[in-house]
Ligand binder design. Sequence first.
Ligand code: PLP
Length: 419
Amino acid sequence: MADRGVADLLERARALDAADPLGSLREAFAPMGDVTAYLDGNSLGRPTRATPDRLRAFAGEEWGGRLIRGWDEGWFEAPLTVGDRLGNAVLGAAPGQTFVGESTTVVLYKLIHSALDARPDRREIVADTGNFPTDRFLIQSIADARGLDVRWLEPTTDPQSGVPGILGRQVDEAVSDRTALVLLSHVDYRTAGIADLPEITRVAHAVGALVVWDLCHSVGALPLRMDEWNVDFAAGCTYKYLNGGPGAPAFGYVAARHIPSASQPIPGWMGAAEVFRMADRFEPHAGIRRFVSGTPSVLAMVPLQSMLDLIEDVGMEAIRRKSEGLTDFIVDLYDELLEPAGAELGSPRSAADRGGHVTVHHERSEAALPLLWKRGIIPDFRRPGGLRLGASPLSTGFAEVCAGIVGIRDALLEAGATH
Ligand SMILES: *Cc1c(COP(=O)(O)O)cnc(C)c1O
């Protein structure tokens, strides 16, 4: 495209930034050093500007100054207090149903076992072959260990969004009175396609099955209504759109109706009815604390709380509007710049069907990546040729997105010239 075209796009981007009601919040994030366009907040969100100070204050004053007294002064309750904040700010969950635990993998492990224990007479699990590896690996190994069968659904092209995903009618056809649980992702980590969570939950419940939803790519990107949608169990990352930092602990949601009888497969002292009684046998806590296993990662919850401050201020509805604006703009830039360079769109065209990122495929993505990194442009790459262009709503600007995609177009063309 002629430079005139790029100049017009940049001008449009600056106008969008000027009109963005959340634009000033970009200043609430730590500077990015040599990076000019960060399009990977869907994999690792940026730290808030307050995070380095908060971490220093935590180490110096709370840990260093309060020492062991800190456990009585809030750390002990942190998995539940931070859980309740998450529930309220991003999950649509009333208090007492959310805990902060370990990695998403371990939290899912707990929730899957718990759901299966709640349906002891049922022999089948419904899951899909398009889910993230951890979800598929867990389902297969848990099914093997318990002697259950897995009905693997294949993603099919959604007539509405045009991208592969799991449809409500597929789940409807697969579930029966043999189904113990359905495990799916709400937003597809590759395509960003949104599954019809309320409908799929309804068809699972209609046969008496339970649902476990993976919310890794939806939490912090779109408003969620766990209670209203009647979800049974859900888990998700806090280091993607919740900017909790590398390895920040995941959360688990368990609907209040299941908690009193819920089992969990890693019963530890921190989930016991009376934690400091040092009892002979495990007696679960009456509440959501029973899902806590060992000593919680208090230090690793510090950055997340700084992001929750920002989210609580603006609310998920405004964040979703910004996110839709950003990904709509990315699709426009794809049409103008990337499609003419030979790329293919791998995400839904309509914002209503799409989470917080846009995937484009190009055979030279991998060759372009080192050029991009050198130039401070950071998209997310997934083999074979997928570039996920993530736009974390609060930290990403329209001009940033535009500069990034112009750079990606240039790098794809250059990588072609040298091959
Ligand atoms: C990112 C992601 C995970 C990550 O699991 P961890 O145990 O936190 O590494 C799991 N599931 C999905 C769908 C993801 O996108």
